[in-house]
Design a protein around this ligand. Structure first.
Ligand SMILES: *[C@@H]1O[C@H](CO)[C@@H](O)[C@H](O)[C@H]1NC(C)=O
Ligand SMILES: *[C@@H]1O[C@H](CO)[C@@H](O)[C@H](O)[C@H]1NC(C)=O
Ligand SMILES: *[C@@H]1O[C@H](CO)[C@@H](O)[C@H](O)[C@H]1NC(C)=O
Ligand SMILES: *[C@@H]1O[C@H](CO)[C@@H](O)[C@H](O)[C@H]1NC(C)=O
Ligand SMILES: *[C@@H]1O[C@H](CO)[C@@H](O)[C@H](O)[C@H]1NC(C)=O
Length: 489
């Protein structure tokens, strides 16, 4: 009788799938303690645990339904603030595709905790205390053609840990990795073993090495990852572009934010990197100048971000152009140009070949000098700027000279204002008054002095004048004066 009732109940539930679904959802053990989110109110569950659930995680019954021996339907599990220290338990079989264990003080990974997570695509271990990782940590299950792989893993984030180096076989079970994040680890230098480890990832597409205190990249590192398209070197004390970047095959985006460049010159600048499309040079505290042809190796460049550089005063007219032996030049077809918040006073219209082809432009927050050399910014660029980005176009202002400071470009453009020119000596007319007073004072002091000297000279008060005077007249004068007077006839 009891069984019969249960059967009816089950049938009812099956008839109303929502009821069935709700039932299943309530049964997920982790959803009692953690927050579960369901796409379209359907299983599987995305689970987010902010309290310590390490005990719960280690129980088989949290993962496998004892009624049918099937894995519970979790798709994503995010664990924060756990007290794990030693990750020494093995996750039971699960269909998880995403596992994140962050801010959980994980210090060592013992054995192979993830081996049963055969569907896991993303593994995030950021913000822990990892200082040593062994290849076994990422070991998976037996597979004929591969060596015990974590077969689905594509993305591994190990940022904000305490890694100084990588075991050279670290990725032997995760050879399909496409995204590797090592940012904010104190690597200091990419040593041989680390290079070998990274070089064992032929499918790597994104590599994040920001804030790892490295000064350069080792020579071999670009050889194997031929699909590498995004590289982040931000926050490192890099003062010269690593030569090895010239050997990249398919690099499209390069982040060099907050690096140590002072002057980027043709010599310290970019090698030939025709595949590069997007370049970020922002927040460089020491950058002062971007010199001629320093970016000319980037013939495929489409997006250029040079922003928030508090000392950058000079970008050469031909910084990105490539000058050929006949004196002509070619430019990459820049589509997005961001020059926001530097210390630029002047930019030449030759910097780009076609400003009118831009789809994004920001030149705001620079102390633009509103003199005739920048007249083109008002006359030629403003119509384009207004079209692309009216908000920025309306707010861009002059920063110099004093009497133009704060003037809006848009007003000058509408008034068809002709900005004044420096005179041929480069003097600034508004300083002429000071100069005139200076000259006057100079003359007033010098005049009596000169009169005195002429007077003294005529009186031959100082023999010195004669000594220094080498004119023939002076010579004869000296000759005669050295002749004793009594020999005169
Ligand atoms: C589940 O598996 C265990 C051991 O693997 C077995 O003893 C049990 O009978 C199984 N239960 C069901 C419902 O299949
Ligand atoms: C796992 O590590 C914890 C500390 O994080 C420790 O208390 C526990 O005994 C370890 N368990 C095993 C099986 O090693
Ligand atoms: C280069 O990267 C682009 C996308 O970034 C990709 O479509 C292309 O297949 C890659 N080429 C090679 C040879 O990996
Ligand atoms: C950068 O360039 C400026 C101007 O050419 C020069 O005065 C300065 O010494 C250079 N600094 C370095 C570190 O090369
Ligand atoms: C680089 O800086 C730009 C501008 O601040 C920012 O938009 C971008 O996200 C930064 N990228 C990295 C990887 O630091």
């Amino acid at each position: 009788m009891y069984r019969f009732c249960l059967l009816i109940l089950l049938c009812l539930c099956a008839a109303f799938t929502k009821c069935d679904n709700d039932n299943n959802k309530q049964k997920l053990p982790l959803c009692g303690t953690c927050t579960c989110v369901f796409d379209n109110d359907q299983l599987p569950a995305k689970v987010n645990c902010k309290d310590d659930v390490t005990r719960l995680l280690q129980a088989e019954s949290t993962w496998i339904n004892p009624l049918n021996n099937q894995s519970y339907e979790y798709s994503e599990l995010t664990l924060t603030n756990q007290e794990i220290m030693f990750l020494n338990f093995t996750f039971p079989t699960s269909k998880l595709t995403y596992l994140s264990i962050t801010n959980s003080e994980v210090y060592r990974i013992v054995n192979s905790p993830f081996k049963n997570l055969e569907n896991m695509v993303t593994l995030i271990l950021s913000n822990n205390g990892l200082d040593l990782l062994m290849p076994d940590s990422f070991k998976g299950l037996y597979m004929e053609e591969r060596y015990m792989p974590l077969r689905s893993l594509k993305e591994l984030r190990l940022d904000h840990n305490n890694l100084h180096t990588l075991n050279m076989n670290l990725f032997e079970h995760t050879t399909d990795l496409e995204i590797l994040d090592l940012s904010y680890n104190p690597l200091k230098v990419i040593d041989k073993h680390t290079t070998i480890a990274i070089d064992s990832l032929p499918f790597l597409k994104e590599l994040y090495l920001g804030y790892t205190q490295i000064k350069t990249l080792p020579d071999q590192i670009m050889h194997t990852p031929i699909q590498l398209s995004i590289l982040d070197l931000s926050g490192n004390p890099i003062e010269e572009i690593p030569e090895t970047l010239g050997e990249s095959h398919n690099l499209t985006t390069l982040y060099l934010n907050d690096t140590g460049f002072i002057n980027i010159t043709k010599n310290s600048g970019f090698p030939e990197m025709p595949s590069l499309k997007n370049l970020y040079l922002c927040n460089l505290r020491n950058l002062e100048r971007i010199e001629s042809e320093s970016l000319s190796g980037l013939s495929g460049l489409q997006e250029l971000h040079i922003c928030n550089n508090i000392k950058l005063t000079h970008i050469d007219d031909f910084a990105i152009a490539k000058i050929n032996e006949h004196g002509g030049a070619t430019w990459p077809m820049i589509k997005k140009l961001n020059l926001f918040d530097n210390k630029l006073g002047y930019i030449d219209s030759d910097f780009l070949s076609r400003w009118d082809l831009l789809t994004y432009l920001n030149i705001n927050d620079n102390p633009w000098t509103c003199e005739c050399e920048n007249q083109w910014l008002i006359e030629d660029l403003m119509p384009t700027y207004k079209k692309i980005n009216p908000e920025n176009a309306n707010s861009v202002k002059c920063g110099a000279p004093i009497e133009m400071n704060g003037e809006h470009f848009i007003d000058l453009y509408e008034r068809q204002y002709k900005m004044r020119c420096l005179d041929i000596y480069g003097a600034k007319p508004e300083q002429d008054a000071f100069m005139l007073v200076g000259v006057l004072i100079g003359v007033l002091i010098a005049l009596p002095a000169i009169l005195f000297i002429i007077f003294a000279y005529q009186r031959r008060w100082f023999g010195l004048f004669n000594m220094c005077d080498n004119s023939p007249a002076a010579y004869t004068r000296r000759f005669y004066s050295s002749t004793p007077r009594d020999e005169d006839f």
